[in-house]
Design a protein around this ligand. Structure first.
Ligand code: FMN
Length: 192
């Protein structure tokens, strides 16, 4: 099957389907932020990746709501300049998915989903207690991009918290597939 789009096309649904189903598996940034009123917000984003290690920069793409307004995550990052990327392993799969549903800004996913947090070292947003790794980040750049537009957020990692076992194996890590499908790393192949 081929689908050529040399310029603009109206088939936005198919383009979205192809983006979500062909760019897989995607790592998931489960992002905690704090609003200017002090409410802790947590939401997942899978258009996420590392950019460079010198300095350690990561990117996450945050779309807009249907009414064009910013999602809480983007708004909080713009207001405070700080966020934490929590890594998702299998035991956090369900609360991570739940946290992607719509919560009003004054309601914290942390309370509703019974999540526990612990303080970060260099930024205000806490990390999710029990995650295998968390990256404390400061906003490096926010680029408005695309038709809607959406926010391409680039963060500089200022602190890594991690289980040292992750330097040997990624087993148990969750990735996003197309639709509502996820994958858990259970098979690693080491090549020279
Ligand atoms: C696994 C998963 C991945 C997601 N990835 C993205 C993404 O890359 N970009 C995005 O804008 N929304 C993504 N979403 C949807 C947001 O999590 C959702 O809009 C959420 O309500 C935003 O919360 P907030 O308003 O608290 O920031 C994803 C949802 C799930 C469950």
């Amino acid at each position: 099957m081929e689908f050529l789009i040399p310029d603009q096309t109206e088939d936005k649904k198919l383009i979205a389907q192809l983006m979500f189903n062909l760019i897989v598996p995607r790592p998931i940034a489960w992002i905690s932020t704090v609003s200017s009123e002090g409410v802790v917000n947590i939401a997942p984003f899978s258009f996420y990746n590392g950019i460079t290690s010198k300095p350690p920069l990561i990117m996450v793409s945050v779309g807009r709501r249907r009414d064009g307004s910013r999602k809480d995550t983007s708004r909080n990052i713009l207001q405070t300049g700080e966020f934490v990327v929590n890594l998702v392993t299998e035991e956090f799969l369900k609360p991570m998915v739940e946290s992607g549903k719509d919560f009003p800004p004054e309601e914290s996913e942390v309370d509703v989903l019974n999540l526990q947090t612990e303080p970060s070292k260099l930024v205000k947003p806490p990390r999710v207690k029990g995650v295998k790794a968390a990256l404390e980040c400061k906003l490096y750049r926010l680029i408005e991009i695309g038709d809607t537009p959406m926010d391409l957020i680039i963060g500089r990692v200022v602190a890594f918290h991690y289980d040292p076992k992750l330097l040997e194996t990624s087993k148990g890590m969750v990735g996003r597939l197309g639709g509502k499908r996820y994958t858990v790393v259970d098979n690693e192949i080491e090549l020279l």
